[in-house]
Write a protein that binds this ligand. Structure first.
Ligand SMILES: [Zn+2]
Length: 300
C-alpha cells in the first residue's frame, strides 16, 4: 500500500529541511503547498496588494490543487510527501475525507515542534521579520495538534533530531465539529460566489442597458445607454471612471471644476468628509457610492 506523509508546522520550523533529509532515501513525490499558493496568487493576478477575501480564495484554490495532485500521485501508485501548514483540524479532515474516498492509503503526519534554539536559528537564517516569541505565540494560539480521530494511522512529533510517536486519546467530537464547520463554510462560500456572480452580471449589463445619468453640476438627468451618453459628451462610468468610486459625473455642457471630485482633490487629504458637504454634494456622494444600483430607478 502506498503511503502519504504530511509534514506540518508553523513558519521556520524546518519542514522543508526535514523532508529533504528524512525522505532522502525514499522514492516519494514531494508536493509543497507553498508552490500551489504561489500559482493561485499568480492565476488571480495578485501582486503586493491583496484583500482578505481574495487571499482566502487563493489559499482555498491552492489547497484544492494540492489535494488534487496528491490524489493523482497516489492513484499512480506513488508515495507522497505533502508539506502543509494545516493548523486547523478541519483543514486536515477536508483532505483526509477526499483522499480516503479516492484511494486506499496509509496516512501519517509529522508535526514540527523544534526546540527554541533550533527554531530561533531557522528564523535568523531566513531573515524573517518576526521573532521566535511571536511565531511561538501564533503557533500556540492557532495550531490544533492532530488527533487520531481525524483519520491518521500515525502521528509524530518532530523535536529536533527526535521523531516521537504521539497518539493522543481519540476525540471524535473534533471530527464532528470540523465537519459541521466545513459544511457551514461551504454554504457561505456558495452564497458569496452567487453574490459575486450577480454583481458581475449587473456590471456587465451596464455596458448595454440604458440607465440614469445625473449631471452633478447642472442637475440634468437623462436615461441613456453608456454609448449614447459618451457620444453626447457625458463623463460617466463605465466609459469614464468606475462605478462606486469618486470621479466627475457631468453632462456634455458642464465642466469638472464644479464637481465633488474636484472639491475633494483641492483638500490637503483627498477624502470625502461628509460633514463638510452641501446638501447637493451629499446627494451626489450617496448616489456615486451606491452605483450602479442607484442609477437604475428614477429616484425622484
Ligand atoms: Zn450639466
Amino acid at each position: 500500500m502506498q503511503k502519504l506523509s504530511f509534514v506540518i508546522g508553523a513558519t521556520a520550523t524546518g519542514k522543508t529541511y526535514f523532508i529533504e533529509h528524512h525522505f532522502a532515501d525514499k522514492r516519494a513525490v514531494v508536493l509543497n503547498v507553498y508552490d500551489y499558493q504561489q500559482r493561485a496568487y499568480d492565476e488571480a493576478g495578485c501582486d503586493d496588494w491583496i484583500t482578505f477575501d481574495m487571499q482566502f480564495r487563493c489559499l482555498k484554490r491552492a489547497n484544492e490543487m494540492h489535494l488534487h495532485d496528491i490524489i493523482a500521485e497516489l492513484k499512480k501508485g506513488n508515495d507522497v510527501v505533502a508539506e502543509q501548514t494545516f493548523f486547523k483540524a478541519k483543514r486536515r479532515i477536508a483532505y483526509i475525507d477526499e483522499i480516503r474516498k479516492a484511494v486506499d492509503v496509509e496516512i501519517e503526519i509529522f508535526v514540527m515542534c523544534p526546540g527554541d534554539d533550533r527554531w530561533a536559528d531557522n528564523i535568523k537564517k531566513r531573515e524573517l521579520d518576526d521573532d521566535l516569541k511571536s511565531f511561538k505565540a501564533q503557533a500556540q494560539r492557532d495550531i490544533e495538534f492532530p488527533n487520531p480521530a481525524e483519520g491518521f494511522d500515525a502521528i509524530y512529533e518532530v523535536v529536533d533530531e527526535d521523531i516521537i510517536l504521539r497518539m493522543d486519546e481519540e476525540k471524535p467530537e473534533i471530527v464532528d465539529q470540523a465537519r459541521k464547520e466545513l459544511a457551514e463554510e461551504a454554504v457561505r462560500i456558495t452564497k458569496e460566489e452567487e453574490e459575486r456572480r450577480k454583481r458581475q452580471e449587473l456590471l456587465d449589463s451596464m455596458n448595454t442597458r440604458p440607465f440614469w445619468h445625473y449631471c452633478e453640476v447642472c442637475g440634468r438627468k437623462e436615461f441613456l445607454t453608456a454609448e449614447d451618453a459618451h457620444n453626447a459628451g457625458w463623463d460617466y462610468p463605465p466609459n469614464i471612471g468606475v462605478f462606486g468610486l469618486l470621479s466627475p459625473r457631468t453632462c456634455g455642457d458642464c465642466n469638472m471644476q464644479q464637481t465633488l471630485w474636484w472639491k475633494v482633490n483641492q483638500q490637503s487629504i483627498p477624502l470625502v468628509m461628509t460633514g463638510e458637504l452641501t446638501e447637493k454634494e451629499r446627494e451626489t456622494w450617496e448616489r456615486i457610492k451606491n452605483e450602479p444600483e442607484s442609477l437604475l430607478d428614477d429616484n425622484e
